[in-house]
Design a protein around this ligand. Structure first.
Ligand SMILES: Cc1ncc(COP(=O)(O)O)c(C=O)c1O
Length: 295
């Protein structure tokens, strides 16, 4: 089941609504133009994981789109209401660990109206435990712009989590139709960017120094909250941190490569374009443990 709570100035804790019936106007700009932003976060036993990082990123996406969104306190209250309703419905018991996916969505609103449409929805989250231990196969896919496009063309909204995810979903379908589980985008100038719904992280050890590296954010990728949480925990545990630019050969030369995201968490990449990558179950467990403590 899906729990739905609209943000509505007349309802300080949010306005619960029936997710089983139509709730949006057909001329909502989120529907007709994909003009809006979203966040997906994990809740475990009704407790949201790193909500502040997600609300920070929602605010930063809103700023990029010049979108006037409800204040932070309204989101916090609506999230609490939605998680309470979800727990009351008993749905979380259907999934091990009571994992739920919490989605925050804001659109530019109904055409001609001044107010955004904003809601929180909660559904039981599938646990990707199998992928987290066994890993996945990935294809490198061309994202079609170069790694300097974000600075040169701010209207592309690179780095904002917009509702326009049709390209990301098409990339995932392409990967699956071609024998892989997921994709890593590369820029037209050959840099590693991100997955369609995840951040790329690699681990390497040189001269006894262990380093985690992720592509640099200025290459037009989303600032991953899971990668960031992992990096904070890893730094505290003695890891060095690095930020790209990365090229595919860096992935092949690494001691391990992972895709990090809020719901699926840390998934090891076992092969890219059919070429096997280094993998260590111990290192995978170590990083999974670090990511978990940081959330
Ligand atoms: C394009 C993209 N990059 C990275 C991520 C990972 O972000 P987070 O770890 O904050 O979920 C996501 C999450 O959905 C994403 O859509």
């Amino acid at each position: 089941m899906t729990v739905l709570v609209f943000l509505d100035t007349a309802f300080p804790d949010g306005r619960p609504a029936d997710a089983g019936v139509p709730q949006l106007m057909i001329n909502d700009l989120g529907v007709t133009r994909g003009d809006g932003i979203f966040e997906s976060l994990l809740a475990v036993d009704s407790v949201p994981r790193k909500p502040h990082a997600h609300l920070d990123r929602l605010a930063s996406s809103a700023q990029q789109l010049e979108l006037d969104i409800p204040p932070r306190a309204s989101w916090e209250r609506a999230i609490a209401t939605a998680l309470r309703l979800h727990a009351d419905a008993g749905d979380h018991g259907a999934v091990p660990g009571g994992r739920a996916a919490v989605k925050l969505v804001v659109t530019r609103g109904v055409e001609g109206a001044a107010a955004p449409t904003a809601w929180v929805q909660v559904t039981a989250a599938a646990d990707a435990a199998d992928q987290r231990t066994k890993g996945i196969k990935v294809l490198l896919l061309d994202r079609g712009y170069d790694s300097l496009a974000a600075a040169r063309a701010p209207w592309l909204l690179l780095g904002a989590k917009t509702l326009s995810y049709a390209v990301n979903m098409a990339a995932l379908r392409y990967a699956r139709q071609n024998g892989a589980d997921d994709a890593i985008f590369t820029s037209s100038d050959g840099k590693v960017l991100e997955g369609p719904t995840s951040t790329v992280v690699l681990a390497r050890e040189r001269g006894g120094v262990r380093t985690l590296v992720t592509p640099e954010r200025k290459s037009g990728i989303l600032a991953g909250t899971t990668q960031d949480a992992l990096f904070r925990a890893a730094e505290a545990a003695g890891w060095e941190l690095g930020y790209g630019p990365l090229v595919p050969e860096d992935l092949f030369a690494a001691d391990g490569v992972w895709l990090a995201s809020s719901i699926r968490l840390l998934v090891p990449v076992r092969s890219i374009d059919g070429r096997e990558l280094a993998f260590s179950a111990d290192l995978n467990a170590e990083l999974a443990g670090l990511a978990d403590t940081a959330l």
